[in-house]
Ligand binder design. Structure first.
Ligand SMILES: *[C@@H]1O[C@H](CO)[C@@H](O)[C@H](O)[C@H]1NC(C)=O
Ligand SMILES: *[C@@H]1O[C@H](CO)[C@@H](O)[C@H](O)[C@H]1NC(C)=O
Ligand SMILES: *[C@@H]1O[C@H](CO)[C@@H](O)[C@H](O)[C@H]1NC(C)=O
Length: 552
């Protein structure tokens, strides 16, 4: 892998276009307290089953490469021979694209092997590492190093994984490697790059949480605890794993009710914003929302019966001496939802349905309304219903936070092949953005604008980050500075998602509307693995546009 990143700042032309785009958006979008939706592109050619924002503000998306032609050609008129594809033996179409946020434009990319239901994450130098998939892709790793022109594309590594990884989850580790956890029929984990042989470590928790004929524990929710261990949630419970010794150091109770919340009873989960980073033991909380009652998958598959999804979230303080799940009711039932922690620390629940199961053809009753969750409000008043989209985003859809604070929504393909006719939820090729209400023009005078450092900069662990920013209406209370790791999203889970609230050192007014805030950068890689983060200044819950800061 490349050792030195060379991200170039967006060209001046790109910046101007971006400015125009933003002006256009602010003029043409109706406002409302519940956020707004905008259709970005009508046909991106593929269904965005997997999605990752990179440091050049382009989003890599891909579906799978063995289910027939997509609606976008491969670059330069190339074709792939695909003898094992049941639909087309020679495929001249792309199954991965790059979406340029500033230009609202796509270009096709070339994946060779089958990326279906794979996993991934961003390495410390900004490369997208993607692992596994199906058939010829099950043991591959694929790398995509971002570029400012159109020269970059996927490269693939054979036998990069020890075993097949299909429906596994990755997490970026403090040393910059990635751990790959589980997957269908794999009750173990491994690392990329590989450690010494054998590199595969068995994990009984994964066989114990595997429900007979239903699984309910795929795409486990993996989070790096601030003590360096991994919190792993699957089905209805969790463990804390010391992956370096392969020892379970803590076992968490089952969520009250015991209903499953992992694939195909797909709920979602996030680590709530990490605060008070100087504390000896950090109070870290995980929030798991939605899912489906046990048996939902089999009832949908065998009996055409679509059971109502779960309408609860469960929240737990993972570093408590005696941790307990606390249940909260959501405004609605949700399965296959995505959870995105926004730059101001609020959590967006978006996409999915309210009955049935994950898996082909098994989801029903699309949920068009996102819900916003305010972690710091009292229980019972945390949810705020958001305005609906018009597009169902069922199985195989994604949501991705952008640096400008919008959430990019794509995908949905609950079928074995691309299927646009005669089905309940046609394969979805449209790309939309959800703008939370913090982007509305009424907050123009509250919204900070970061003036320095520039769009790309570097900070060290245990250092000071000095940010200058403007607020046209002036700052009335202390601003927050947040750091967001760009997560890899598929199957309702955003891998390595992490938001930190940085501790203040000083805060100064240095001009009429200009301010400077100094914050401490995280002191260790257990708090924040190395790599590029989006840094935001947040004034009264209104975030600035982010800047990319490399933590090393
Ligand atoms: C096609 O499938 C066969 C049998 O599973 C396998 O041996 C072969 O490597 C596959 N070919 C490609 C190009 O993936
Ligand atoms: C396509 O052609 C352009 C121009 O010749 C070249 O720069 C680019 O690398 C090519 N892309 C691929 C994927 O071959
Ligand atoms: C689409 O789904 C319908 C209904 O299940 C089916 O009859 C049709 O064959 C499918 N088309 C494709 C291209 O898979």
């Amino acid at each position: 892998m490349a050792s030195q990143a060379k991200p170039q700042i967006l060209s001046d032309i790109n910046r101007l276009l971006y400015l125009f785009l933003m002006l256009f958006l602010s003029i043409h979008v109706a406002s409302g307290a519940g956020g707004t939706w905008k259709l970005l592109l009508n046909n991106v050619g593929i269904s965005a089953m997997h999605s990752q924002l990179l440091i050049n503000d382009r989003v890599i998306m891909y579906d799978r490469s063995n289910f027939g032609p997509s609606q976008i050609s491969l670059p330069n008129g190339t074709c792939r021979n695909s003898p094992n594809d049941s639909v087309s033996k020679r495929d001249c179409t792309a199954h991965s694209i790059e979406y340029d946020v500033a230009l609202n434009r796509i270009r096709p990319l070339t994946v060779q092997s089958n990326t279906w239901c794979s996993s991934g994450g961003v390495t410390p130098d900004g490369t997208l590492l993607q692992t596994g998939g199906d058939k010829d892709g099950e043991r591959k790793a694929r790398l995509f190093y971002p570029c400012d022109d159109e020269s970059c594309d996927w490269s693939e590594i054979d036998n990069a994984l020890n075993v097949k990884r299909w429906y596994a989850s990755n997490h970026v580790l403090p040393d910059g490697r990635q751990i790959v956890v589980g997957g269908r029929d794999e009750f173990n984990f491994e690392f990329f790059p590989k450690t010494n042989a054998p590199n595969t470590y068995s994990l009984r928790f994964l066989s114990e949480t595997n429900d007979l004929d239903q699984e309910n524990n795929l795409y486990p929710n993996v989070f790096l605890n601030t003590d360096g261990n991994l919190f792993i949630f699957a089905n209805n419970r969790a463990i804390l794993l010391d992956y370096s010794k392969n020892t379970v150091v803590k076992t968490y109770p089952e969520i009250p009710g015991g209903e499953p919340r992992s694939y195909p009873s797909t709920g979602s989960a996030v680590l709530l914003p990490i605060k008070n980073l100087e504390a000896d033991v950090i109070e870290l909380e995980v929030l798991v929302c939605g899912g489906a009652p046990k048996g939902s998958y089999l009832l949908a598959l065998n009996e055409n019966t679509f059971v109502k999804a779960l309408d609860t979230c469960a929240r737990i303080k993972i570093n408590d001496a005696n941790p307990k799940w606390v249940l909260e009711k959501m405004p609605r039932r949700r399965i296959m939802g995505d959870m995105i922690v926004l730059p101001n620390g609020q959590v967006l629940l978006i996409n999915g349905g309210s009955s049935g199961s994950a898996g082909w053809e098994l989801g029903r009753e699309p949920v068009l309304n996102p819900d916003l969750y305010h972690p710091d409000k009292p229980i019972g008043s945390r949810f705020q219903v958001q305005n609906p989209s018009t597009i169902p985003r069922m199985y195989h859809s994604t949501a991705t936070l952008l640096r400008d604070g919008r959430v990019l929504v794509g995908g949905s393909n609950p079928h074995e092949f691309y299927n646009f006719t005669g089905v309940l939820f046609p394969t979805e090729l449209r790309l939309e953005a959800f703008s939370p209400s913090y982007l509305e023009s009424q907050y123009r005078n509250t919204r900070p604008r970061i003036m320095s450092p520039s769009l790309h900069s570097t900070v060290n662990y245990g250092g000071i980050l000095r940010l200058r920013f403007r607020v046209l209406g002036g700052v009335k209370s202390l601003v927050k500075v947040t750091m967001v790791f760009p997560s890899f999203t598929t199957h309702s889970f955003s891998m390595s998602q992490r938001v930190l609230v940085l501790d203040h050192v000083t805060s100064l007014r240095i001009g009429q509307w200009t301010y400077e805030v100094r914050v401490k950068t995280p002191r260790s890689a257990n708090l924040a693995p190395p790599g590029y983060y989006m840094v935001f200044v947040v004034n009264q819950d209104i975030p600035s546009e982010g800047i990319w800061v490399r933590l090393q």
